[in-house]
Structures are given as structure tokens and as C-alpha cells.
Design a protein around this ligand. Structure first.
Ligand SMILES: Nc1ncnc2c1ncn2[C@@H]1O[C@H](COP(=O)(O)OP(=O)(O)OP(=O)(O)O)[C@@H](O)[C@H]1O
Ligand SMILES: [Mg+2]
Length: 411
């Protein structure tokens, strides 16, 4: 638009006044002024040939970068350098976009001047776009940060929850393992003590056989000699009678010892029937009454537990008879597939009577070894004037019923 008006610059260093007036006319349009608030025409050496700011016309400045670049034939775009003298003179504070465009001689094509326009709209648009894009970047970043924060929060909550679960599991496992090792120790000690008791028991049977029947049989052997050497019939008869008596005594003692050793047939019985059998035998032997209170389910038990159950009732009732005169004898039992609890109670001795037992026996001690060696527990409680309470319990959940515990079914 301005190129035809500045052709004079091909030969002159300044523009004649009529060309300046023509340019003023051209740029007087308000729409043009709003879009391009400033226009300068530079000569190649850095002199302002035309400007909307009249005070700049004919003044020489250091050629701005855009001018130098435009002189090489390119259109150059820069942000206004607000420190440049041509700007400080006019108190510029807005960083317009400066567009430098070469103006050529129509006949030779040589660059004779450079037009510099200030693009207000473009600068505002660029600033607006810059702010918009910064805003968009900030929004997207904030959204991404929020998402990441949410994910991390949820992840760390899950990790914390799992960590607490793991700690709880580890504590439970530790507690169970120490309980198992304690039970194992108790079972080992109980087995050892049971073996000792068995040893003692066998020795006592040996002593019983030695002191009782074997003495009698020895005496009977002597009587055979008497019979053989008897000179008269009455003497032989008397010796034979003594021999028969000795053999009879030996036989009776052997029967008594055998009876104490052998358990009644309980192999084929269920728990409740075993308890009934032991109670009935005790009632018949002592002519006392035992109250029986069963509860839960009647189940089949391994042989070792059956024997244990029978011996427990036998010892508990014997003690109730021996140490509490059989007063208030009671057997309670609760069995299901998880637990077996059996107890023997009595109400204690009548007033005025005292326990005649001089030295403490081995009954409860032996019973405890027997029960603990099978993984059960025994407790004994005696309160003055309120009787005694002997209780045995087995945790059947640990595989006792299906034989996983290693307790033999045939004892
Ligand atoms: N039901 C009971 N009432 C009162 N005291 C009891 C009862 N049961 C046991 N005792 C006391 O506990 C002690 C130990 O009992 P334990 O059965 O071990 O031995 P014991 O009955 O004396 O002899 P044994 O070896 O023949 O069983 C008894 O001596 C007695 O003092
Ligand atoms: Mg006893």
C-alpha cells in the first residue's frame, strides 16, 4: 500500500512533503489506525523517512534488528524493544509486535526502504492466546495432579490396609506357633512321665506277683514235698488240704491283680455309653448314686481317648468316694465335633469326718500325664466345704476324630 508512495526514496534520502501528506491521508482511516497504531518508513541507513509520530521524521537511530533482516529481503517480526531510543522517545510501554517489510524500487527491484508497522491486535491476541494456553496447561496439570494424587492416596490406603492385615496375620501365626510349640513340649514331658509311670506300674505288678501269688506257689511247692513224704493217710490228707488252700489263695490273688489290670469291653462303645458303663460299675461297687448330665452329640472316639475317658471317670469317682464319702457325686459331659469336656463333681465330706489318706497318691498325677500326652488338659479344684471338681477337656478340631493327630485308634 505504501510502496508506490515512497518511490522517491530510490533517489532521495527524505520524502517530499506531498508524499508525507499522501501517507497521512492513507493512514487517517480510524479502522486502519486501530489495527496499526504506528507506522514507520525506514531508509536503509536507519533514518526515519516517515512516522505517524512526526517528531521522529528525519531522525537517525541505530538500525533495529528487524530493519537489518528486512533489508536482506525477508519480512521480519519482533517484539518491540522498549529500551530502543525510537521507543523511549515516545514513552512506549506496550510490547507491540513489530513487522518489518521491505519496500522496493519499481523499476530495479532494489530495496529502497523498510516499512515497520506495530500490530496491536496480533500482540493482544498473542498475549491472550498465551494466557489461554497457560490457563489450559495449568487446568490440565491441576486435573492430572488431582488424578495422580487420588490414585496415590488410594494406593497408599490399600497398601496401609494390607500392611495392617499382614501384621495381624503374622501376630496370629506367631501366637499359634508358640501355642503349638508349648503344647508339643507339654506332650513330650507328659509322654516321658507316662513312660516312667508305666515303668513304676509294671514294677508294682511285679512286686504284687512276687509278694502274693509267687509266695503262695512257693509254699504250695513245699506242701507237695510234705504230701510225697507223708507216712500216714491222715498226714497226707492234711498236707493236701494245706496245698489246696495255698493254690486257692494264689489263684485268688492272681485273679484280683488281673481284674485291676483289664478294662471292661469298651472298644465298641460311644462316648456316652463308656461314661454310663464306668458310672454303673462305680455305683454297684460302692453302693452309692451318681447323677449323670450328658449334653451335646454322642460321637465315636479313637480308642486311646476312650480308655482315657474311662480311666478319668474311674479315678474321679473313686476320689469322690474315697475323699468325699461319695456325697453329691455327679458326672457332667458336653461333647460335639469341636470339643469334649467331661467333669466329676462332689459336694465334699460331711462335717466331722476327716480324710484318712496319709500320703498323697498318684491318681490325679497319672491321669494328667495320660491326658496331656494325648493333647488334652486336666484341671482339679477343691474348695473347703464345697467339694471338688475334676475336669478333662479335649479340643477335637485338631484332627483327633479323623486320626490326623497321630492318636492311635487301637490302643
Ligand atoms: N474328690 C476329692 N475330694 C477331696 N479331696 C480330694 C478329692 N480328690 C482328690 N483329693 C485330694 O487330692 C489328693 C490326690 O489325689 P489322687 O487321686 O492323686 O491320690 P489318692 O486318691 O490319694 O491316691 P490314688 O493314687 O490311689 O489315687 C488326695 O490325696 C486328696 O487329698
Ligand atoms: Mg485317687
Amino acid at each position: 500500500m505504501t510502496e508506490p508512495i515512497v518511490q522517491e526514496l530510490a533517489t532521495a534520502k527524505t520524502l517530499p512533503p506531498q508524499d508525507i501528506a499522501q501517507l497521512d491521508n492513507l493512514l487517517a482511516d480510524p479502522a486502519f489506525r486501530e489495527r496499526f497504531p504506528h507506522l514507520e518508513i525506514w531508509t536503509p541507513n536507519g533514518t526515519v523517512a516517515y512516522s505517524l509520530s512526526k517528531e521522529l521524521i528525519s531522525r537517525h537511530f541505530n538500525p533495529p534488528l528487524g530493519l537489518t533482516q528486512a533489508l536482506s529481503g525477508e519480512v521480519a517480526v519482533y517484539h518491540a524493544d522498549l529500551t530502543a531510543p525510537e521507543h523511549t522517545l515516545r514513552n512506549f510501554h506496550t510490547r507491540y509486535l513489530e513487522i518489518y517489510s521491505p519496500l522496493r524500487d519499481h523499476s530495479t527491484g532494489r530495496i529502497i526502504a523498510v516499512a515497520e508497522i506495530h500490530e496491536a491486535v496480533l500482540a493482544e491476541e498473542a498475549a491472550r492466546l498465551q494466557w489461554t494456553s497457560w490457563g489450559a496447561v495449568a487446568l490440565v496439570s491441576a486435573f492430572l495432579m488431582a488424578c495422580l494424587f487420588g490414585i496415590v492416596q488410594r494406593g497408599s490406603r490399600t497398601i496401609e490396609l494390607q500392611r495392617r492385615h499382614l501384621i495381624q496375620r503374622a501376630e496370629e501365626a506367631e501366637a499359634i506357633s508358640s501355642e503349638i510349640s508349648e503344647l508339643r513340649n507339654r506332650a513330650r514331658v507328659a509322654s516321658l512321665e507316662l513312660a516312667n509311670l508305666n515303668e513304676k506300674f509294671i514294677r508294682s505288678i511285679g512286686a504284687d506277683l512276687h509278694d502274693g501269688p509267687s509266695q503262695m506257689l512257693g509254699f504250695a511247692m513245699l506242701q507237695i514235698e510234705q504230701v510225697r513224704t507223708a507216712r500216714t493217710a491222715p498226714r497226707r490228707k492234711a498236707a493236701l488240704a494245706t496245698l489246696a488252700d495255698a493254690l486257692d489263695s494264689a489263684l485268688t490273688e492272681i485273679r484280683i491283680i488281673a481284674k485291676a489290670l483289664v478294662l471292661p469291653e469298651i472298644e465298641h462303645l460311644h462316648a456316652e455309653a463308656i461314661l454310663m458303663r464306668a458310672i454303673k460299675l462305680h455305683e454297684a461297687r460302692t453302693r452309692t448314686i451318681v447323677e449323670f448330665k450328658p449334653a451335646g452329640t454322642d460321637i465315636e472316639l479313637p480308642a486311646a481317648i476312650k480308655t482315657c475317658l474311662y480311666r478319668f471317670i474311674q479315678e474321679g469317682l473313686n476320689n469322690a468316694y474315697r475323699h468325699a464319702d461319695g456325697n453329691g457325686q455327679q458326672v457332667r459331659c458336653r461333647i460335639d465335633t469341636r470339643k469334649m469336656e467331661v467333669s466329676v463333681h462332689d459336694s465334699g465330706r460331711s462335717r466331722g469326718t476327716t480324710d484318712v489318706t496319709s500320703n498323697p497318691g498318684m491318681g490325679i498325677h497319672g491321669l494328667r500325664q495320660r491326658i496331656e500326652s494325648l493333647g488334652g488338659r486336666l484341671s482339679f479344684e477343691r474348695r473347703a466345704g464345697r467339694g471338688a471338681h475334676l475336669k478333662m477337656s479335649f479340643d477335637l478340631e485338631v484332627g483327633i476324630l479323623n486320626g490326623e493327630s497321630g492318636i492311635s485308634h487301637t490302643c
